[in-house]
Design a protein around this ligand. Sequence first.
Ligand SMILES: *Cc1c(COP(=O)(O)O)cnc(C)c1O
Length: 378
Amino acid sequence: MPVPFADLQLQYQTIKREIDAAIAGVIRDSAFIRGRYVDDFERKFAEAVDVKHCVSCANGTDALYLAMAGLKVKPGDEVITTAHSWISTSAMITHAGATVVFCDTDGSAFTIDPAAIEAAITPRTVGIIPVHLYGQPADMDAIMAIARKHKLWVIEDCAQAHLARYKGKMIGTFGEAATYSFYPGKNLGAMGDAGAVVTNDAVLAEHMTMLARHGGLMKHQHRIEGINSRLDGMQAAILSAKLPHLPAWTKARQDAARIYDVGLNQLEDVIVPQVAPERSHVYHLYTIKHPHRDALAAHLSANGVQTAINYPTALPFLAAYERFGHRPEQFPNAFADQGRILSLPMFAEITPEQQGEVIDLIKAFEMKNGLKKLQHGR
Ligand SMILES: *Cc1c(COP(=O)(O)O)cnc(C)c1O
């Protein structure tokens, strides 16, 4: 029985009636762009993640741009972010006009190392973008202490961590603003592109709303030059239908993670995700470390199990950042991790049987490798 990496069709089947009704409603009302479905989702999502304002937009990448433009980032500014993320985080720093400064990860949680942030600060630093990678919050106490000390803003990239908490407090409520992606595969996913930026600052929220709507709040009153980044009514209605299910889906991911933890922890070569104290992990991805990652991935693939590498090249070493001339020694954890991380199948509807199959295949791989080691010894 093949095990997919994720199964969006399966999730749709469990809530088909709600989704179909939501889509039909938008078509009936011709509420394709903006309108009440969008307003409704913004209100519900803000409530779900404990913030006052939600500014919806076209995707999680635009959300990062809108947050930085809203905070008036300008050329010459430096913005610090993690070496281990999806490229949107760093690319939008550049597109907002600032200079990207990468920091290494902490070596266990895959999130930015606060000590590295402190070392990277210069008189030109204006802000920090921690990423709650794979669904685990970054070390927000340490990051906020550094931000306060140096008077920097913080934008939390929550694209992979809907409903995750740090010391009981919802992520996305620590900094000036926080960004979300509702890309179909994310923990809360639309049926197309969608995103949002949230904040408790009413002035910032209004400014970001203008930026996303051609620079104005009213038609033909362009107070600034903005962009066109709209959430469409169909995606908003779909997201509103899915949102009430998110807590249960999150719990299902966490339960599935426990099954992997128990099944894989005993294996010598496998390092399961390490969750730091007082952080809730929502497992957008369940990513292990393995010294023979490529051979293990090939073994799983040959036996029908899909895996992924998130991400095969850490940001500083991508061709897009060649201009910085970064070296592996500057980011030892991110560099080591790019060669040993492997994301296993993870979705709310995954069954214990499917997980058992993945675990058994990894055990079989370990046995084979162990035997090879013995033969070498002879
Ligand atoms: C998915 C993702 C984004 C971008 O979101 P899109 O909706 O795909 O534009 C940004 N940051 C991180 C960490 C992500 O995982």
